[in-house]
Design a protein around this ligand. Structure first.
Ligand code: RRO
Length: 302
């Protein structure tokens, strides 16, 4: 019998597929739909202290091998989002509150509200590749990141995950700063900074010019990041980036991830992708003689 439940620190999830932040998570209705589709956990949209409109259109492009987005952190602000979280309080799967900010105090306040609203964990988004003041400025500065993670871990009792970027010279240094701040897990990776130019207008198509690339094309980048992190960081790792099939999840587990997040795959395979990936994962495991996800975690490491 194959058991695909997994643990990320103290958080136990019935299957290792989570909805990644930013897809189908703007309100309780869409998140309920993802729960019904078999996601093991749900990560909310990244929420800040105040409402943000996001960038003007175009904000998302489908390219040959993935999606390019520059949404610009659109969100209603934590006070308005509380209503959605209240509707999910009785959810049978853990809800992980994604938050963004610029200072330790902002992150601590947001995490506190997420905890009060019943979030099972918080995910600190310090890695949006194109958010001025809230993205890479925070996620590239190890001292600031350490202070932010420390402020949040001192404020809340729920697990604190930190989502980091592949767009850095040394991803291990960034994750170490989060580890020193007492984070409970590292989520890797956010999207890869990228651009698409229209040949006729000779201009970048996204209104913001640059955006974040996701989907199948970035899977090898995510796998490499998890593999590097697994050799230097003791914290549990959550893999994200291009996971579309059960075999993709196996690859991330072998690199060192204990769970995976799916985002673009919901666009490519539809909302029932979670159930499909879990079935593919179970089939692969039983065909290869594995009974438990933990047997796969880090199998590729030296
Ligand atoms: O909202 C966005 O444009 C966005 C965010 Br917050 C993020 O973390 N990653 C991304 O690709 N887009």
């Amino acid at each position: 019998m194959v058991d695909i439940s997994t643990t990320i620190g103290s958080l136990r999830i019935k299957n290792p597929t989570m909805l990644a932040s930013g897809i189908m998570d703007e309100d309780a209705g869409s998140m309920h739909r993802m729960i019904r589709s078999g996601a093991g956990a749900i990560v909310t949209k990244s929420i800040g202290l105040h409402a943000r409109e996001g960038y003007p259109n175009p904000t998302v492009l489908e390219l040959e091998y993935g999606l390019l987005n520059a949404m610009g952190l659109p969100n209603p602000g934590i006070d308005a989002y509380e209503d959605e979280l209240q509707l999910l309080k009785k959810s049978r799967v853990p809800i992980i509150g994604s938050i963004y900010g610029a200072t330790p105090d902002e992150f601590a306040r947001l995490a506190d509200t997420m905890q009060h609203c019943g979030a099972a964990a918080v995910e600190l988004n310090v890695s949006c590749p194109h958010a001025k003041h809230y993205g890479m400025e925070v996620g590239c500065d190890t001292q600031l990141l350490y202070k932010i993670v420390t402020a949040v871990t001192e404020q809340v009792t729920i697990p604190v995950f930190v989502k980091i970027s592949p767009n850095v010279t040394n991803i291990v240094e960034i994750a170490s700063a989060a580890e020193q701040g007492n984070a409970d897990a590292i989520v890797a990776i956010n999207t890869v900074k990228a651009m698409k130019i229209d040949l006729e207008t000779r201009q970048p198509i996204l209104a913001n010019k640059t955006g974040g690339y996701s989907g199948r094309a970035i899977k090898p980048i995510g796998v490499r990041c998890i593999y590097d992190l697994a050799q230097h960081i003791k914290l549990p790792l959550i893999g994200v980036g291009g996971i579309t099939t059960g075999q993709d999840a196996v690859e991330y587990f072998m690199a060192g991830a204990s769970a995976v997040q799916l985002g673009s795959a919901v666009y490519y395979r539809g909302p029932d992708v979670f159930r499909a990936v879990c079935t593919e994962l179970k089939d692969w495991m039983s065909a290869h003689g594995y009974t438990n996800v933990s047997q796969l975690v880090g199998a590729a490491l030296p």
